[in-house]
Design a protein around this ligand. Sequence first.
Ligand SMILES: [Zn+2]
Length: 70
Amino acid sequence: MGIISKGAKCNVEGCDQDGTRSLNTAKVENAGLRVNSSGKKTVLCKEHYKEWKKESKDDRDLERARFDKF
Ligand SMILES: [Zn+2]
């Protein structure tokens, strides 16, 4: 959560809202959100975090299915 306290902005393309959450960039991209973050962490604003949570529900199921195969 360190970068949030420095006033980081949302990393989603075209969004300049204040960030409220920082997440693993890969996880955000897997949920179908376009980010312009080059680091491991992506900052999301409240709205995009909500969107991510919604999208990542399906993602979690996929991850579980992938695990079952191994
Ligand atoms: Zn945003």
